[in-house]
Design a protein around this ligand. Structure first.
Ligand code: D6G
Length: 843
């Protein structure tokens, strides 16, 4: 095995990293030293590695400033339609390398740091992930920002600047332990506070229907302080803004009439008000109806809408005409995209502003609201759908509750006119759910208040129309669209897998980076011995590097020649990490049964966070580590099989593991995973997929050709059929001896000798109460894994399939996704047109 190239050696060869002009490098060094001196106030005798990271970050950031100001100035002058992506999550990860990639500064910065005697990779590792998201939904928002900037759209991301992002996961005794993510501790060089744009947000109070209109009065005011982060497009000089709001108590907060003790308490209580932006709720695909979360959702919506309306009014269009008529143009100048129902209060809030403040009549305001807003649905799991108790809305947002009732009344009148007397339909479609706790169905509110509703993969959008939102589809079929998710090829190929990006560029040029469909040209190289060798070699290098990382960080040794079988994603029953576990135990039993047989060596890696309150997910983590403890220490097994739990899976760990994977596990029960985006990252980085016909897997297999995909298990129709007939886990247990052996081992404490009962909850669930029908797909999965192992023995045939997968992954660029949103929802046209670069060479 050849030694992997050092990063500097590798980068020197690479063109996709931008040219390293001599002047560029010496300027960068000068500016680095200037920042170390003036910004960090250090010299090289006392500077820490973190100081060097910050000096480099500021040096790179300087190159954004001129482009950022220019882009915003350009938007002000040209006044294009603005696109607002509202999201409670932006899972950005690290920013330094992404900025260098998108600005074409990577080679120059490599060279500069090398000449300064510093290790670029070591510096990059110092940066904290901006973990302001849970999983797919938040990372999608981040990929979309990259694509919107790269496609020259006048777009903004609006969200919350959580002081604590997704928790850090520690594994202790095999259990998940959560640690607070104090990501801002050392400061964030990428953000700029904008106190001059601070905005008041109101809560609580009461509604006064006086003679001069409706007023929301006696409210509690919290200030929203914006922090702006630049979002550079890929080499087009566009820099957009992500604006995240932080909660601040107003100075007069609680200071009405106090004695001395009251004064101290009032100042201390400011923290309570500022708790709104303290922490990200760590649930993925799960609704937890807490008041603080509702406050967060309204906080971002209220501050953002005021900002949008301010910008609209100050635009050429908004200011030329009298207010009343200028709002007519609002939907032509503003598009608001709701990332799930989390920002759904934007609909009643826009109505409130237009009707109560701007004095538009209801029908006009409603027309503007519906034409402005569009809603993306991300899941059909009932436990994930937001249904806020009316009593919470009543106290926190009394006027909004009134408006929601009014929206509902008018909507149900329409439904009733279409389907007279169909009371059951009215009940099903109502925004208000009756019951022991009266609730507002936020998805229904979004559908009624938007002009487009989209799902995130074809199969998911079809399910929305056929099942969850069937009644709404019947009423307004034209509103329903599909927008299959995508990922940005900048972070998820050029940044994380430079070796692969380069061997591709050597064959087909660099255009694919901004137009991923060009990857199709690689189909001409499927039988090219040189390319096959290059692709296999890069994969091997990535595996060696990841193995070295695991050994360094976690002291675990893995066999770099084994098949790297990876399942990384949030831990959830529907994602079926348990099915993966059953396979691993089955392999273990097979090796033990015939220890002298040849087995294709495998390293199975599972990683992901469990929501802190999700008991079963936490048990699954414990099970993975417990299986690892037995298998990894069994001398009969040796390095033929390993089970590793990847601790603290997050964006920056994905960037390491995805390029090293041979096999991508995408094994959710058909009909449960709306799209998935991890699946796309693996495909683009040269892993083959073992997956069910679920989410975007369906379209990935269609693009790659089913013969280049490991598809197994029930289809959605099979699952539905089984639901009608009834799923009986025991039947599979009785019929399949290998499955029975595995389950008996779990029940008897084979993997938990000190606590034989430890996994009884898991066994119980699987046998009696499994919503996701793990056993029903067991046999098909095991069989399919045998095909995987058989193919893996033939490196050349395996690699050919890998190349076919890479070549056909172009559809899954978020540039394609955003182009479709732009044309089919927002009514704007993407462009690769470059804004002129600033004059200052530093910029
Ligand atoms: C960003 C970039 C900066 C610009 C500011 C305000 O911080 O150059 O002035 O946004 O932009 P608007 O909110 O006025 O669009």
């Amino acid at each position: 095995m050849s030694r992997p190239l050092s990063d500097y050696e590798k980068r020197k060869q690479i063109s996709v990293r931008g040219l390293a002009g001599v002047e560029n490098v010496s300027d960068l060094k000068k500016n680095f030293n200037r920042h170390l001196h003036f910004t960090l106030v250090k010299d090289r005798n006392v500077a820490t590695p973190r100081d060097y990271y910050f000096a480099l970050a500021h040096t790179v950031r300087d190159h954004l400033v001129g482009r950022w100001i220019r882009t915003q100035q350009y938007y002000y002058e040209k006044d294009p339609k603005r696109i607002y992506y509202l999201s409670l999550e932006f899972y950005m990860g690290r920013t330094l390398q992404n900025t260098m990639v998108n600005l074409g500064l990577q080679n120059a910065c490599d060279e500069a740091t090398y000449q300064l005697g510093l290790d670029m990779e070591e510096l990059q590792e110092i940066e904290e992930d901006a973990g302001l998201g849970n999983g797919g939904l938040g990372r999608l928002a981040a990929c979309f920002l990259d694509s919107m900037a790269s496609l020259g759209l006048a777009a903004y991301g609006y969200g919350i600047r959580y002081e604590f992002g997704i928790f850090n996961q520690k594994i202790s005794g095999g259990w998940q332990v959560e640690e607070a993510d104090d990501w801002l501790r050392y400061g964030n060089p990428w953000e700029k506070a904008r106190p001059e744009y601070m905005i008041p947000v109101h809560f609580y109070g009461r509604v006064d229907h006086g003679p001069d209109g409706t007023k929301w009065i006696d409210t509690q005011v919290i200030l929203a302080l914006p922090y702006d982060t630049p979002i550079p497009g890929y080499r087009n000089n566009t820099v957009n803004t992500m604006r995240l709001w932080s909660a601040r108590a107003p100075n007069e907060f609680n200071l009405k009439d106090f004695n001395v003790g009251g004064y101290i308490q009032a100042v201390l209580d400011r923290n309570l008000a500022e708790n709104i932006s303290r922490v990200l709720y760590p649930n993925d695909n799960f609704f937890e109806g807490k008041e603080l979360r509702l406050k967060q959702e309204y906080f971002v919506v209220a501050a953002t809408l005021q900002d949008i309306i301010r910008r609209f009014k100050s635009s050429k269009f908004g200011s030329r005409d009298p207010v009343r008529t200028s709002f007519e143009a609002f939907p032509d100048k503003v598009a608001i995209q709701l990332n799930d129902t989390h920002p759904s209060l934007a609909i009643p809030e826009l109505m409130r502003v237009l009707v109560d403040t701007e004095k538009l009549d209801w029908d006009k305001a409603w027309d503007i609201t519906v034409r402005t807003c569009a809603y993306t649905n991300h899941t059909v799991l009932p436990e994930a759908l937001e249904r806020w108790p009316v009593h919470l809305l009543e106290t926190l947002l009394p006027r909004h509750l009134e408006i929601i009732y009014e929206i509902n009344q008018r909507f149900l009148d329409r439904v009733n006119a279409m389907y007279p007397g169909d009371l059951d339909r009215l009940r099903r479609m109502s925004l208000v759910e009756e019951g022991s706790i009266k609730r507002i169905n936020m998805a229904h509110l979004c559908i009624v208040g938007s002009h487009v509703i989209n799902g995130v993969a074809r199969i998911h959008s079809d399910i929305l129309k056929k099942t969850v939102f069937k009644d709404f589809y019947e009423l307004e079929p034209h509103k329903f669209q599909n927008k299959t998710n995508g990922i940005t090829p900048r972070r998820w190929l050029v940044l994380c897998n430079p070796g692969l990006a380069e061997v591709i560029a050597e064959r087909i040029g660099e255009e694919y980076i901004s137009d991923l469909d060009h990857l199709k040209k690689l189909l001409a190289f499927v039988d090219d011995e040189g390319f096959i060798r290059d692709v296999a070699k890069i994969k091997q290098e990535n595996k060696l590097k990841f193995a070295a990382y695991l050994e360094e960080e976690y002291k675990v040794k893995i066999n770099p020649n084994s098949l790297f079988d990876v399942q990384v994603k949030r831990i959830h029953e529907y994602k079926r990490q348990l099915l993966n576990c059953l396979h691993v135990i089955t392999l273990y039993n097979r090796i033990k049964k015939e220890p002298n047989q040849y087995f294709v060596p495998r390293t199975v890696m599972i990683g992901g966070k469990a929501a802190p309150g999700y008991h079963m997910a936490k048990m699954i983590i414990k099970l993975v580590t417990a299986i690892g403890d037995v298998i990894n220490n069994d001398p009969v097994i040796g390095d033929r099989l390993k089970m590793i739990f990847l601790e603290n899976y997050r964006v920056s760990l994905a960037e390491k593991v995805v390029p090293a994977a041979d096999l991508s596990e995408q094994i959710s029960t058909a009909g449960t995973e709306a799209s998935g985006t991890g699946n796309m990252k693996f495909m683009l980085n040269g892993a083959l997929t073992i997956g069910t016909m679920d989410g975007a897997n369906v379209e990935m297999a269609e693009e790659a050709g089913e013969e280049n995909f490991f598809i197994f298990g029930m289809r959605v129709e099979d699952v539905e059929e089984m639901d009608r007939k009834g799923y009986c886990a025991k039947d599979y247990y009785d019929r399949i001896p290998e499955l029975r052996q595995v389950i008996d081992q779990l029940s008897s404490g084979f993997f938990s000798p000190k606590q034989p009962e430890l996994f009884k909850d898991i066994v119980n669930m699987l046998m009696n109460n499994d919503r996701f029908k793990v056993f029903a797909d067991y046999e098909a999965y095991i069989k399919c894994q045998e095909n995987v192992s058989a193919l893996y023995r033939n490196t050349k045939e395996w690699t050919k399939k890998v190349i076919k997968n890479i070549a056909t992954s172009g559809k899954f660029s978020s540039d394609r996704t955003i182009t479709q949103y732009a044309r089919e929802i927002w009514g704007v046209e993407p462009t690769r047109h470059k804004i002129p670069a600033p004059d200052d060479p530093r910029e």
